[in-house]
Write a protein that binds this ligand. Structure first.
Ligand code: ADP
Ligand code: MG
Length: 623
């Protein structure tokens, strides 16, 4: 074939324009794309040669070579894969046959204006070579074709390209990049190696480069004739589980996580079916310092057929599992997938659901079989896992089972299941109290009746607990009930005699109650007697539908406004202090002190501490 000049398809021109003008911030990806094409070409040869072994000619070892020439300012990526015929070169390197190209470009165009970095996430295949090259020459010969059927394709990456037939003994393809002015940084063995290490370490073929050695005479680094592999050429996750040792899994974790500590647990699976992928996921032992940053992207790397696509592919994991590290290698996603496309992909949704289930199963296993390890995990990541209850409806129950709390019976490690097993006969609810600290929670006056009756109460003192409670109302059909909200109704747990005694005391107390209501009318929504208290004279509770005092305080601390609602004061009509109220000349002071103390006991702050101190002092001096 004589030399011909052909014009690029219109879409190709647009892509070339976009690529060369906006991918600058991420230009090193050209090497990833070209190495990946070389690897694909070898895969294709291997496939065609399955029933046509002669395609291997005399070079059965498939490999990729990357070389450079400082004088000529070229980088060459060579493979001995399938190669291209002249027609194929024209079709594949001059047109875009793939469906969805238009939408893809529309997105590129749209996003270009917003953020050039975003576009860097799009793989742009062969044309990305033009980011760093102002001319690309491709010399190729298809496997099985005669030496006279070689092809040279060449283009400056603007409007058109040239093709001609050449003599070519070697099978496969050389892609020669003539670097643009200013791109000389890529003419370095070290630079090329480090890019290959970053993106192509797990390509299953060896990527070879010429060995460098020190020349004494020239006193400089020189390139030798010896070729060596610069990638590991072994994607750990593609190997069979039975071929991988625990030490290898651990080592791999260190490589991808930069974590010096061994992981807590890992899971490695190949998933087949409608969506095919391999997952190798790790739960770290220690929380990273920025665990609380919900915007931080996840630690899962995405590969497509062993080609690295992106770090921190957050679409692959729910936010509450952002501490999970690992690799997902999809067989279905296109190489040019972007973060934005990931968000919308059905395959990705299936992967995310599958991976979530795997991680939960891994945690369930640790919780079941390695209790100490799980306790450590819970300390590190429990708060984050609690976010899941609001985020992941499908897995609510499994998540709730993984949660651990302190309670009136144990300082830590109490699960809902433990609690339910220990519930008293006739107990219908799971009781909890929220507070800032364990000490405040444990000493809440509201707990007294529960303690007396031997009923366990969960002590919820984690900042996210209030949030968790706004999404979790029950476990195993038992409602989660605050001991500091609404009236106490212990139902059948209270015996008849007690009830009668309480009613009688309340009746007798009525006149005092009315006076208390009047004295505290600006501070308390209501004043009532209660069966909640045993040793304390009074406590404050909030009305059934109102926000808990603890949550209101947290909102305030966070600079948000909490709806203002007055608490209810509950008094213990049988307490000596309360009994004394009747007929005491200092009734008003006593009423205010009773209320202030109740506030203090549940961890609240007094609006006017000085007034409280004055009242107490008055009482002490007149007493
Ligand atoms: P993709 O790899 O997603 O198909 P590219 O733009 O990277 O898109 O490559 C376009 C096409 O060019 C490939 O599908 C392939 O047919 C052909 N091609 C590119 N590089 C090579 C190569 N080294 N050997 C053989 N064919 C190649
Ligand atoms: Mg490609």
């Amino acid at each position: 074939m004589e030399k011909q000049t052909l014009s690029f398809q219109a879409e190709v021109k647009q892509i070339l324009h976009l690529v060369t003008h906006s991918l600058y911030s991420n230009k090193e990806i050209f090497l990833r794309e070209l190495v990946s094409n070389a690897s694909d070409a070898c895969d294709k040869l291997r496939f065609e040669a399955l029933d046509k072994a002669e395609l291997y000619e005399d070079a059965p070892n498939l490999e990729i070579r990357v070389g450079y020439d400082e004088q000529a300012k070229t980088i060459t990526i060579s493979d001995n894969g399938i190669g291209m015929s002249a027609e194929e070169a024209v079709a594949h390197l001059g047109t875009i046959a793939k469906s969805g190209t238009r939408e893809f470009m529309a997105r590129l165009e749209g996003e270009q204006k917003k953020d050039a970095n975003l576009i860097g996430q799009f793989g742009v295949g062969f044309y990305s070579g033009f980011i760093v090259a102002d001319r690309i020459t491709v010399e190729t010969r298809r496997a099985g074709a005669a030496a006279a059927e070689g092809v040279r394709w060449s283009s400056g990456g603007t409007g058109d390209f040239e093709v001609e037939t050449i003599e070519r003994a070697r099978r496969g393809t050389d892609v020669i990049l003539h670097l643009r002015e200013g791109e000389e940084e890529f003419l370095s063995a070290w630079k090329l190696k480090s890019i290959i290490g970053k993106y192509s370490d797990h390509i299953s073929l060896p990527v070879l480069m010429q060995k460098q050695s020190w020349d004494e005479e020239k006193s400089a680094q020189v390139t030798t004739d010896e070729w060596e592999a610069v990638n590991k050429a072994a994607a750990l996750w593609t190997r069979a589980k039975s071929d991988i040792t625990d030490a290898q899994y651990q080592e791999f974790y260190k490589q991808i996580s930069y974590d010096q500590e061994a992981p807590l647990a890992y899971t490695h699976n190949r998933v087949e079916g409608r969506t095919e992928y391999t997952q190798l996921l790790y739960v770290p032992a220690k929380a990273p310092f920025d665990l609380w940053n919900r915007d931080k992207r996840g630690g899962v790397k995405l590969y497509v057929k062993r080609v690295f696509i992106m770090d921190d592919a957050e679409a692959l994991m729910p936010v509450y599992l952002r501490f999970v590290k690992g690799v997902i290698d999809s067989a279905d996603l296109p190489l040019n997938v972007s973060r934005e496309l990931l968000q919308e992909s059905r395959d990705v949704k299936a992967i995310r659901e599958g991976c979530t289930k795997r991680v939960l199963a891994m945690l369930e296993d640790v919780a079941e079989n390695q209790k100490d390890k799980y306790a450590e995990f819970w300390k590190q990541f429990g708060s984050v896992l609690k976010e899941g209850i609001g985020e992941d409806h499908a897995n609510r129950e499994r998540l709730a089972k993984l949660y651990r709390f302190a309670s009136t019976q144990a300082d830590e490690g109490v699960s809902f299941e433990d609690y339910v097993k220990r519930m008293k006969e006739g107990q219908e609810a799971i009781y909890y109290v929220t507070a800032d600290t364990l000490a405040t929670a444990r000493n809440s006056p509201q707990l007294e009746i529960f303690r007396k009756k031997g009923i366990e109460v969960l002590l919820l003192v984690d900042r996210v607990d209030e949030w968790m409670l706004s999404h979790l109302y029950e476990f195993d059909g038992k409602p989660l009930t605050s001991v500091a909200k609404g009236g106490v109704d212990l139902g059948s747990l209270q015996d008849e005699e007690e009830k009668k005694a309480a009613e009688a005391a309340a009746e007798a107390f009525k006149p005092v109650l009315e006076r208390l209501k009047t004295a505290l009318k600006d501070r308390a929504k209501d004043v009532r007697t209660t069966a909640r208290l045993v040793d304390s004279p009074a406590c404050v509770v909030v009305d059934e539908g109102d926000m808990s005092a603890h949550l209101a305080r947290m909102l305030k601390q966070a600079g948000q406004t909490a709806p203002k609602s007055l608490p209810i004061l509950e008094v213990n009509a049988e307490h000596a202090l309360v009994k004394r109220l009747d007929g005491d000349a200092r009734f008003d002071d006593l009423a205010q002190i009773l209320f202030d103390q109740a506030l203090l006991a549940e961890g609240g702050q007094l609006e006017d501490p000085a007034a409280y101190v004055q009242r107490v002092n008055r009482l002490l001096t007149t007493g």
